[in-house]
Design a protein around this ligand. Sequence first.
Ligand code: GLA
Length: 664
Amino acid sequence: MHLGAAWYPEHWNEERWETDVRLMKEAGMTVCRIGEFAWSTMEPYEGGYHFEWLEKAVTLLNRYGLEVVLGTPTAAPPAWLTHRYRDTLAVDEHGRTAVHGNRCHTAANSQTYLKFCRKITGEMAKRFGKDARVIGWQIDNEYNRVDYSENSRRQFQHWLKDQYTSLDALNSHWSTAYWSQTYSNWDEIPLPVGAHNPGLMLAFKRFVTHTWREFQKVQIDEIRHHSLPSQWITHNFMGWFDAFDHYELTADLDFATWDWYVGTGHHDFTKTGAAHDLTRGFKRKNFWIMETQPGWVNWSGVNNTLNKGEASAMAWHAVAHGADAILYWQWRSAQGGQEQLHGSLIGADGNPRPFYEEVKVLGENFAKVSEVIANTEPKNEIAFLYSYDARWSINGQKHHKDFNSIDHLMRYYSPLAERNISVDILSPLANLSGYKIVVLPALVILPDVTVENLTRFVESGGTLVITVRTGMKDTHNSLFDTLQPGKLRELAGAEVEEYYALLDPAPVHFRGNEQSIEEKIIEGKSEMWAEALRPLSDSTQVLAHFGESNGWLDGKPAITLNPVGENGGKVLMIGAVLDSKAQSFLIERILREGGIEPIYTEGKTGVEVAKRVGKDGKTVTLVINHTREERSLDLKELAGQDLLSGKSLSGVISLLPYGVRVLI
Ligand code: GLA
């Protein structure tokens, strides 16, 4: 397990460097990330490469026992480059060319830019690829820019030609006869600006994914060509950011990392765990937090600080969800850069800030658990299937302004997190063996391979939960010629007779588990969206009905359950977007149907209990108090040795505000 920070030695005189590295060491840091914006220092003039300073920084870090992650600097090209080669600059939707100086202003698919990126990365790899002091590479920084230049448009047209082969196929999949969009020449196809044809919009998102993947591949190839097999390659993603399909981009990386910032406000572990789980799910591997905020940021409405202790609880929370490293951004702010007021560990005066002390304690604690926690990972029985295609499709046709795919996913995620039940978030193509419950949060686009995957899952005894808006469209973003959930209708034993965006919530009468007579009928509400279900088979049970609302919904089934096959498989169709009380009730029912027992319900009181498990069965339990108050907790069968205090703990224990126990 690593602790570290992003350091920019190029901002400072070399005489200062050793003080910084000594302070990193004293804080318990084991890794340092450097280089990712330093192109103008590495190549101050075209073809003039200067890596001596970088070599010195690596040597110094190594002398203090810190390993190095080297960033390629392609998110911040030097001014001579963009000035001399104008076609490297990105163009926005309105045709405006970016100006130099604010990073990420280049076009990832400019051939000229790619040539320079290949060259600088190759030169770095020649110099550091065989240097074991460098443990890994970060390519670029937070890919984000989309280019709308003529060059981009031409490339998009070529890409479409590869995808669709014929214009007839494209015209048919996109229904282009509508509003006379029919294309008779590939050159006629535009880039979508604003709302546009759904097929074109989805294809463009996939093209952007392809563009970034190619951009990344150029650098991966250069590094791989020169590097030691032990050096890994990654990129720092941005959680739920959706400009491209992260499953595709991470396919070429060794593991994923992400940059976790709270911005204004405070961290809520019943929500933030989802972005960790998402990132872990990209490769189904542990991940790194490549950046996180040391107290505060500089870019939000109110850049409030995290409470004292909160950042540590966040660090442990990330570890609980599979992070193997926590790196703060940044070590010290440049005196003149755009991010002067961002939180850091070292102040403008060159001395540690108050926050440094919190990191130091974290460093001591990481050292205590590092060996035990190595090679362990979260192990879960519930998977959520997340699809960028589906999210893009809904964003293009929201139908209700407040319908947000991630918020919708969170309606299922948070009640589970409150029960300390952790989940995996996976691609719809992921192998689902080993899971008891699979949830489809608004999986509007439903490819045939996903239907096959889910059918296998249910037939082998799994419980599938199909939520609203699922199974409406094909992979071209075109409506199916059947009702929702498309080819899952038979498996679900139900279909969506009609969907409705709601002005006012619709009542839902939810009948409890009929087997337990003491449970009463729950009265809930469906918010913003409702789907009237129609059972398709005799085996389909109706678990909830809509009450009186718009007339169309009145009395219609809102939730159904269909038992499938001999192995105990089940499909729940959820036609309602329930208020939190009814949703909580539904979650209990889903857990019962899937055979999962919530053990620790302390999450509701702000205490997280999570486990990491090794291949040898070794289990490490993290107990984290995410509140500012003391909390107590009955450890029950979690009793064991706390690696942080060295004490054996059992029965009811108390946790200090933001306190943590790591039990084996
Ligand atoms: C991003 C970037 C960093 C820095 C931080 C500030 O995550 O990757 O370089 O700008 O934001 O919060």
